[in-house]
Write a protein that binds this ligand. Structure first.
Ligand code: ADP
Length: 319
């Protein structure tokens, strides 16, 4: 606006000066005209008319400049408001996500602490507490402590991934996948689940092996966790022109469309009741996996049909 007003003032001044010069030149031309010497009255009339035209022209220029500046002010205001809102949107969303995260984290941390506190208080106030009862009490406390450890490790891992630049090295996908399968096999065996594995061709990626193994492990463990006993989990590795895909499919309970958009968010779980940890964890696994994959410039996606099964696919660029 300052620039626009500055230029408008200049335009006005230059125009007025130009009018003045023109006016005086015309006046002297007419007064000294040899061809048609004007009568004094006619000359006065003419000069009066010129004066009126001159004042009107000045006013018109002034009004026009004010209208133009007003228009610039209003439209500029709207445009600035629109862009400011657009720029602030991601910041607003990040702020909301942080608030949600803090609220969820404190809720999840408080629950086991409250349970432990109540159990200990009840036990201490019981004068007839027997040794087996006390042992049972301690076992329950240990369970709550295990939950707290699991949760704090998850939170710590997310914090590390947030501020971390991974040290990546050329890695072969085939042995990496095989080693993860070896590690999760005991978990699958417990539920009688068979892991089928197919690799079309080996591929080389730039990866921090432990992190990529961790992401893959989370997805395979979920596939086992959310599948019925004695079912099949299939892992297939495919190589494209510039990327490799690792797909993990299960025949489990599936994920609703509405939930699919959120499962990669921190603390998001499809079963909302934050009850005992039977099959579910704390909803941190997939967000850790997503962070790891994105730090490797890859993507992770899900395709799922309720009661039929889910397929999680990690795409990673070739080295
Ligand atoms: P959790 O520790 O609860 O498993 P995750 O972040 O790993 O947390 O997963 C988030 C949610 O996504 C889970 O609570 C579960 O409801 C859903 N989910 C993840 N993997 C699967 C799967 N293979 N089949 C069905 N649901 C799944």
């Amino acid at each position: 606006m300052a620039i626009s007003i500055f230029f408008s003032a200049n335009i006005y001044q230059v125009s007025v000066a130009e009018f003045n010069r023109d006016y005086s030149r015309q006046q002297s031309l007419i007064s000294h005209s040899q061809l048609l010497p004007p009568s004094q009255n006619a000359l006065n009339d003419f000069l009066e008319q010129r004066q009126v035209q001159y004042t009107e022209a000045k006013e018109r220029i002034l009004v026009r400049l004010i209208v133009i500046n007003g228009f610039i002010l209003i439209s500029g205001g709207f445009i600035s408001y629109y862009f400011a809102r657009r720029t602030l949107k991601p910041i607003e969303e990040a702020h909301e996500a942080l608030e949600r995260f803090t609220a969820d984290a404190s809720h999840e941390l408080r629950t086991p602490i409250t349970v432990m506190q109540t159990e200990i208080e009840v036990a201490l106030s019981d004068p007839g507490l027997t040794l087996p009862e006390a042992k049972e009490q301690l076992e329950s406390n240990l369970e709550e402590l295990a939950k707290l450890t699991y949760l704090s490790e998850g939170l710590l891992r997310l914090a590390q991934l947030d501020n971390n630049d991974l040290t990546r090295a050329k890695t072969s996908v085939k042995p990496l996948v095989n080693s993860v399968i070896d590690q999760v096999k005991p978990l699958a065996d417990k539920k009688g689940i068979v892991i089928k594995h197919s690799t079309v061709a080996d591929a080389t990626i730039a990866a921090e092996t432990t992190s990529i193994s961790e992401a893959l492990m989370i997805i395979i463990e979920n596939a086992i966790k959310y599948s019925p006993e004695k079912s099949v989990v299939t892992i297939s590795v495919k190589k494209d022109v510039n990327q490799v895909s690792i797909a993990v499919s299960d025949k489990g309970r599936g994920i609703k469309k509405a939930d699919q958009a959120h499962i990669f968010e921190r603390f998001y779980r499809t079963d909302k009741a934050r009850t005992k940890q039977t099959t579910s964890g704390y909803g941190l696994g997939l967000s850790i996996a997503k962070n790891i994959v994105e730090l490797h410039k890859g993507t992770i996606s899900v395709a799922s049909t309720i009661n039929k099964g889910s397929t999680f696919t990690i795409y990673l660029p070739l080295a």
